[in-house]
Design a protein around this ligand. Structure first.
Ligand code: NAG
Ligand code: NAG
Length: 409
């Protein structure tokens, strides 16, 4: 359906589909990263992500007929609550019932409206986005999107307006390297429209790029993200970041909207960091083969050493956020149910929630938890743990987890 082969907006975390290839890439990245133990772990996680990114691209060209509903209900057996969306006055979405199991513990949440992908036909509806915002606003004040296609920016801003909740959106643009900026420009214009309709009040930033450099260097088999070869790709990304900054300037807005970039943790070239106001970094303990109990400390360490410290050394000091972190609750096949640490399971998600959320809040670590809902399209397309990272099931019922009791800043 899409002309943009690699145009999915949400491939942040990924797992191997082709075990052989994964292994060879893994060893390659292990060698590259072997200087420091932590780098090794990072590299493994990255290598796996890389492999799937490639698979994603391959699959994209043949996925025109996949349907996100072919496997029926995506809900798993871990349903512990009867939330199931939110009871709401049909004429007034701002009048909705709060779930006593939820409160604003999270700094931010990673979210893609269901169906908001060109290749899946843009089946996202304002009604379902309103329900999602009603739920999400009970957990956090911030949400990040991955792309702007399918009118998702306007839908989310409209939903925030109608529900009258206090939420800030980090809108996103998913750009690609080989289309002469077409995907970038298309989404930029959608965001521009949304800003002129809804204003700046609920916009926290414009994120240009999602794993752009990860995809670029993987496609070209470039090992060093700061090399001259990688810089050719970085220049494409930087041009889009600069264009977005120019757009913001030209709009003469009532408040400064920062323009950032999002990528896998180890894929921020220095030149890109120097061009961005903020960076969103994917930091996944699961892909680094940690246990659930080691996961939170691993994430804090990796983020500090790989992203926060380097950013602080730059003149522009880009504000770094964790773009994605979480723990999967199940796998669609047995062989991916454990990545070398602990199982994908609800109790292990609970361990990660308990170890990560309140400490991050306390330490001032800014993060978008990955993620709000299970995503059926990912399960259909990639299998394994890919579709099962939600706090909520696909049917909008809360999994059998207890939201940590702290409140996010
Ligand atoms: C809110 O919605 C409920 C249920 O639809 C309704 O009974 C109630 O009157 C509404 N409250 C207000 C203030 O509109
Ligand atoms: C985009 O979404 C907004 C909010 O729901 C709606 O008002 C607008 O008509 C939509 N535009 C298109 C082209 O679908």
């Amino acid at each position: 359906m899409s002309n943009y082969g690699s145009n999915y907006q949400n491939i942040g975390m990924s797992q191997a589909m082709d075990a052989g290839k994964a292994r060879s890439r893994k060893s390659k990245f292990i060698i590259i990263g072997s200087v420091v133990g932590l780098l090794v772990l990072a590299a493994i996680g990255i290598a796996v992500g890389v492999t799937v990114s490639n698979n994603n691209k391959k699959n994209a060209s043949t996925s025109g007929s996949s349907s996100s509903s072919s496997s029926g209900s995506g809900g798993n057996s871990n349903t512990g609550s009867t939330t199931g969306g939110t009871k709401s006055d049909p004429n007034d979405p701002s009048n909705f019932t709060k779930d006593p199991n939820l409160h604003q513990a999270f700094y931010g949440m990673a979210y893609t409206p269901e169906g908001a992908l060109i290749e899946f036909g843009c089946t996202n509806t304002l009604e379902s986005v309103i329900q999602d915002i009603q739920l999400m606003s009970q957990l956090t004040k911030r949400v990040r999107l991955y792309g702007a296609d399918c009118n998702q920016t306007a839908q989310v801003l409209e939903a925030i307006t109608r529900t009258n909740v206090d939420m800030e959106v980090f809108v996103g643009i998913y750009n690609v390297a080989d289309d002469n900026h077409a995907a970038y420009q298309r989404q930029r214009d959608l965001i521009k429209d949304a800003i002129s309709t809804y204003g700046t009040k609920h916009i926290g930033g414009i994120t240009v790029g999602n794993e752009f450099m990860l995809n670029y260097v993987t496609d070209k088999a470039i090992s060093d993200v700061n090399s001259a070869d990688a810089q050719v790709g970085a220049d494409i990304l930087i041009a889009d970041i600069k264009d977005a900054k120019q757009m913001v300037q030209d709009l003469k807005l009532d408040k400064a909207i920062p323009v950032g970039n999002s990528d896998a943790g180890s894929y921020f070239p220095t030149t890109v960091m120097e061009a961005m106001d903020y960076g969103l970094s994917n930091v996944h303990a699961w892909f680094a083969h940690t246990t659930a109990t080691a996961a939170a400390p691993w994430v804090f360490n990796f983020f500090q050493e790989t992203n926060v410290s380097p950013a602080a050394l730059l003149a522009n000091k880009p504000q770094m956020y964790i773009a994605e972190t979480g723990w999967p609750t199940k796998s669609s096949d047995a062989k991916n149910a454990n990545n070398g640490g602990s199982d994908a399971s609800v109790p292990n998600l609970q361990i990660f929630l308990d170890d990560f959320v309140c400490k991050a809040n306390q330490d001032g670590v800014r993060y978008f938890f990955f993620e709000m809902f299970d995503e059926e399209w990912k399960d259909v397309k990639f299998g394994g743990v890919e579709g099962w990272w939600g706090l909520f099931n696909k049917d909008r019922t809360l999994k059998d987890v207890k939201i940590p009791t702290c409140t996010s800043p």
